[in-house]
Write a protein that binds this ligand. Structure first.
Ligand code: 8QM
Length: 396
């Protein structure tokens, strides 16, 4: 039993340009304000400490995903899109779709892709070295996942870039209806129908993740009506996230040449360098849960039906959990970071994401002696994702 505390409150807006431009000092303020902080701008709760975020992620019965993992409460408002069968559900409903994805995206099912990943990454680095300068966002962080991921799903070549505005829209939709969200919706109108179409069995190759998901419906693990919804989940979650992750890793290695030197000296550190970038930049910054009953977080009472915003990015830089958290250090022990979440909803695509990161950073470590930022770095603001719009670099 812990004592009841007075609820700390703050007028910080975590979905504002000021916040996105420099989140870390706001994160520190929220972590230090208390275990749970009332955000007056939205009348929601915020949780920014590692221990509290981790505990919430492991308590799906009280901190539910079924009322949406954005600011919208599905119990009160019509969801922005048909709710996801994995992301926006709780066990036991969650587990059916999740078990299908666990198999489709399992390490065993992924092994066959490894050689292709390496070859594609090496070829891309060779092309970019010949050009000299490039934009690491469009030419690497977007280009690479937009090749290897749709290939693995079994998608046709046409219009693959549509996956980017689609993801941008969905990840913005977890926040409030601010201009980031409305701009993203305006940019994404046509791709809504396209994603629906791409999720159907006859739009997908006879082999690949898409076909595997539909085959699970033949075996009765999900229904044939559900299969396109599960394909939609991987199309939504599989691109923008890894684009942000790869962009983060390259940005870290370009900013901290001592770390790139370490990686070049031992390219087997590529996996660790990617992992540390996921901790350090935390591509998926936040998700909400909704309380299913009256509860408390660190002694702060929280009523039933409240939206609680988890700051994964703040948790990943909590000095109570990580030594010198604001240093990008590819040899640190960062196990336990929540960049891929934790608990029943922990990222089901993490094997794939890490393979992309490892392949790309290995190719850079082997083929490039130095990366130099050679123009203005621009952030891409999004209500959920932390990433870049532009990163001009010269490769040596
Ligand atoms: C985020 O549609 C979905 O099922 C879905 C969308 C976005 C994500 C996950 C699942 C966490 C990467």
């Amino acid at each position: 039993m812990s004592a009841t505390l007075d609820a700390p409150s703050s007028d910080i807006d975590p979905f504002s340009e000021a916040f996105f431009a420099d989140p870390h000092r706001f994160h520190a303020t929220l972590r230090d304000a208390g275990p749970a902080v009332r955000l007056s701008v939205y009348n929601i709760w915020a949780v920014a400490g590692y221990a509290e975020v981790h505990a919430m992620l492991h308590d799906w019965e009280i901190f539910s995903s079924a009322r949406g993992v954005g600011i919208q409460d599905f119990a009160r408002e019509k969801p922005f899109r048909l709710p996801s069968l994995v992301l926006e559900t709780d066990p036991p409903k969650h587990d059916r779709a999740r078990n299908v994805l666990n198999k489709v995206l399992s390490p065993g099912n992924m092994r066959g892709l490894k050689a292709r990943f390496a070859a594609e990454a090496d070829a891309l680095v060779a092309r970019l070295l010949a050009a000299g300068t490039c934009d690491a966002v469009t030419d690497i962080a977007e280009e690479y996942p937009l090749t290897v991921f749709p290939d693995a799903v079994g998608m046709p070549k046409e219009n693959r870039r549509f996956l980017l505005p689609y993801g941008n829209m969905v990840f913005n939709s977890f926040g409030p209806q601010n201009s980031f969200f409305t701009d993203a919706v305006r940019d994404a109108g046509v791709v809504f129908d396209w994603v629906q179409r791409q999720s159907q069995r006859d739009a997908l190759a006879p082999t690949g993740f898409g076909a595997d998901i539909h085959a699970a419906a033949d075996r009765g693990e999900i229904t044939h009506e559900e299969a396109p919804m599960v394909v939609r989940s991987i199309l939504t979650a599989g691109v923008d996230t890894t684009v942000s992750g790869l962009g983060a890793a390259i940005y870290c290695l370009a900013r901290y040449p001592d770390q790139f030197a370490k990686l070049r000296a031992d390219p087997t550190l590529a996996r660790a360098a990617f992992e540390e970038a996921v901790r350090y930049e935390t591509p998926v910054q936040t998700f909400f849960r909704t309380t299913t009953r009256d509860t408390e977080i660190g002694g702060v009472p929280i009523a039933e039906g409240e939206k609680v915003l988890m700051f994964l990015g703040a948790a990943n830089r909590d000095p109570r959990r990580f030594d010198n958290p604001d240093a990008y250090d590819i040899t640190r022990k960062n196990a336990g970071h929540v960049g891929f979440g934790s608990g029943v909803h922990e990222c089901v695509g993490q094997v794939f994401a890490r393979m992309e990161g490892e392949a790309m950073l290995t190719a850079l470590a082997r083929g490039v002696t130095a990366m130099e930022i050679c123009g203005p770095v621009k952030r891409r603001y999004n209500n959920t994702l932390r990433g870049l719009a532009s990163l001009p670099i010269r490769l040596h």
